[in-house]
Design a protein around this ligand. Structure first.
Ligand code: GTP
Ligand code: ZN
Length: 219
C-alpha cells in the first residue's frame, strides 16, 4: 500500500521498501529471549543462578529493546513533516557531530561515532532534530557502516527531494578494537553524496570544510 506524505503530498514507498528486513518466523517471547541469554551465560562459563547474574537475562532483554529500537521506527515518516516558509533559503544546511551508537551485524558489538548530515533545500526544509532521529532510527539496528551511511542519505533524498544530500560517518568498531585484530584508535570513515554533492566537487569541499575539526569518535 502506498502511504501519503501529508506535508508534501508525495507518495511514500511501502514499508517493505523502507529497509526493514522481511521476517517470516514469529517473534520469540520475552521469556524465550531471556532463556537464550541464560544459555549464553552458561556457555561463557558462568552460573546464571548466582546472585549477580540472576537478573541479567531481563536486563539484557531491556538493553536489546533499546539498542535495537530502530526496527520500530519509520525513518521516512520521521521526515514527512517539512516547512516551506523559508524565504527561499537554498544554502547548505549542515548538522554535524550527531552521535552514532550502533551495533555491527557480524559480532553484535558497538559501533560508536559521529555523523555529519547536509542537504541543499529545494523549497522546503525539515526540522533539524528529524535529521538526528533518522540517523538514530537506522543506527539502532544491526548494521555495517556503509549501509547505515547510505540509508540515512537515501531516505533524506527520497522524502525531502532536496538538490543534494551528503552524509559522512566516522566511527570506531569495537569488533576491531576489543577483539579480533585489536586495533584501538582505528576509525572508519564512510560517505554518501547524492545530487549536487556528487556532481560538484566545490560543494563537497565546502561541506567537508564545515565538518572538519568535528569531534573525533570515542573508542
Ligand atoms: N565493511 C565493513 N566491515 C565491517 C564493519 N563492521 C565490521 N566489519 C568487518 O566485518 C568482517 C567480518 O569478517 P569475518 O571474517 O566474517 O569475521 P571474523 O572472523 O570475526 O573476522 P575478524 O574481525 O577479522 O576476526 C571483519 O573484517 C570486520 O572487521 C562495517 O561496518 N563495514
Ligand atoms: Zn563486527
Amino acid at each position: 500500500m502506498m502511504h501519503r506524505n501529508a506535508a508534501l503530498n508525495l507518495p511514500l514507498p511501502p514499508a517493505a521498501k523502507r529497509a526493514l528486513p522481511e521476517i517470516t518466523a514469529p517473534r520469540p517471547s520475552r521469556e524465550q529471549a531471556e532463556e537464550a541469554v541464560r544459555t549464553l551465560l552458561l556457555w561463557a562459563g558462568d552460573d546464571p543462578g548466582r546472585e549477580g547474574l540472576r537478573d541479567t537475562p531481563a536486563r539484557v532483554a531491556r538493553a536489546y529493546e533499546e539498542f535495537f529500537s530502530g526496527y520500530q521506527e519509520d525513518p521516512v515518516a520521521l521526515l514527512a513533516r517539512s516547512f516551506e516558509e523559508t524565504e527561499g533559503y537554498d544554502e547548505m544546511v549542515v548538522l554535524r557531530d550527531i552521535r552514532v551508537e550502533s551495533h555491527c551485524e557480524h559480532h553484535m558489538v558497538p559501533i560508536i561515532g559521529r555523523a555529519h548530515v547536509a542537504y541543499l533545500p529545494e523549497g522546503r526544509v525539515v526540522g533539524i532534530s528529524k535529521l538526528a532521529r533518522v540517523v538514530e532510527a537506522y543506527a539502532r539496528r544491526l548494521q555495517i557502516q556503509e549501509k547505515l551511511t547510505a540509508q540515512v542519505a537515501n531516505s533524506i533524498q527520497e522524502v525531502l527531494r532536496p538538490r543534494g544530500v551528503a552524509v559522512v560517518i566516522e566511527a570506531s568498531h569495537q569488533c576491531m578494537t576489543t577483539r579480533g585484530v585489536h586495533k584501538p584508535g582505528v576509525s572508519m570513515i564512510t560517505s554518501r553524496m547524492l545530487g549536487a554533492f556528487r556532481e560538484d566537487a566545490g560543494l563537497r569541499r565546502e561541506f567537508l570544510a564545515m565538518t572538519r575539526g568535528a569531534a573525533a569518535p570515542e573508542a
